[in-house]
Design a protein around this ligand. Structure first.
Ligand SMILES: *Cc1c(COP(=O)(O)O)cnc(C)c1O
Length: 345
């Protein structure tokens, strides 16, 4: 049976062009700074994001952690959304390893943090308080529906942070999806931020890797932190080669995933018992849920669909997250809707 895997865009495999580039990649020892393929990827990534320098890291989690540890010291505080990846899904790394304190604010349904909330969260000078050092935004915001944050909003947050001698880090794991959804160059979205992490894996299909970008001075310090975290890799140009293909060939096509998300959402909305979350899909993710008319739990529905070769993600006891990506074509979209219609019949 041909499996259609819509649980996440993390399930993507490298494209044939990537496998070829990986096989042929020129390599060196990157801890010595001598892997030409990694150096090329880092320059390419920095140029695309409008930053001075880039640093290949094994995962987005390490990219965000290295960024926080570069910006902050022990006892410093980071303002972030309560639905943020950095808060929920990174095993508390900033606290466990960095002694950095998170100040969480409610993410609004559109993925933003209220400017007033950020303003109120920034500490005054007082011996009782941690020192406010950094704000983190996530673009696209996953838990809020894969919603993109605009350049104008990002600029407002950056201005607020900078006015208080703080920095802005962008968790841009899916920043190219945000750019595709908004129809703007990615550099517009990243310009206000002091640092940004984005994933080469996920929708861009590389097997491994994220890139952290920022100023030359920032990346030089982050390189040492990456080494401390055990992220100094040697001939990882085999991975960077796929990353170069990701940046050169895979970003412009993300609009196709968004179109398919809209098509699948239309089909799902026609299934009795299935409803779309307001505003969904905003990019490559569909958030939907079972109406009260359905007696089955979401888990049972997902399991029955999986038995027919369609894997979807769960979102609580009544909801689903369904993620479109390169390996899901038009036929798979139609089959997914047909299978879910049958399961709910
Ligand atoms: C996937 C993701 C990351 C990084 O995850 P890794 O699995 O460590 O690469 C960070 N932030 C967001 C929003 C993500 O979706």
């Amino acid at each position: 049976m041909n499996i259609i895997d819509l649980r996440s865009d993390t399930v993507t495999h490298p494209t044939p062009a990537m496998r070829k580039a990986m096989a042929e990649a020129e390599l060196g020892d990157d801890v010595f700074g001598e892997d030409p393929t990694i150096n090329r990827l880092q320059e390419l990534a920095a140029a695309r994001l409008g930053k001075e320098a880039g640093l290949l890291v094994p995962s987005g989690t390490m990219g965000n952690l290295a960024a926080v540890l570069t910006h902050c010291g022990r006892g410093d505080e980071v303002i972030m959304g309560h639905s943020g990846h950095t808060f929920i899904y990174e095993a508390g790394g900033i606290s466990a390893l960095g002694g950095v304190h998170p100040f969480t604010l409610p993410n609004q349904p559109d993925g933003t943090l209220k400017l007033e909330d950020i303003q109120d969260a920034i500490r005054t000078e007082n011996v009782h308080f941690p020192t406010s050092r950094l704000v983190i935004l996530e673009n696209t915001q996953n838990r809020c529906g894969g919603v993109p944050l605009t350049a104008a909003y990002t600029r407002q947050v950056a201005d607020l942070a900078h006015a208080h001698d703080m920095k802005l880090h962008l968790d841009g794991a899916r920043i190219f999806n945000a750019a595709a959804a908004l129809g703007v160059p990615v550099s517009e979205l990243t310009a206000p931020a002091d640092s940004i992490t984005f994933c080469l894996s996920k929708g861009l299909c590389a097997p491994v890797g994220s890139v952290l970008c920022g100023s030359k001075e920032f990346i030089a310090r982050a390189r040492r932190i990456r080494k401390q975290l055990g992220g100094g890799m040697r001939q990882a140009g085999v991975l960077a080669a796929a990353g170069i293909v990701a940046l050169e060939q895979m970003t412009d096509r993300l609009v196709e995933d968004h179109q398919r998300a809209r098509r699948l959402a239309e089909l799902l909305a026609q299934i009795p018992g299935m409803a779309l979350q307001a505003g969904s899909p905003a990019s490559n993710m569909i958030f939907c849920y079972l109406t009260d008319a359905v007696k089955l739990e979401a888990q049972t529905v997902a399991q029955r669909a999986a038995e027919q070769g369609v894997k979807i993600g769960l979102n609580g006891t009544r909801g689903f997250r369904i993620v479109l990506h390169y390996w899901v074509d038009d036929a798979a979209v139609e089959r997914t809707a047909a299978v879910l219609r049958q399961v709910l019949a």
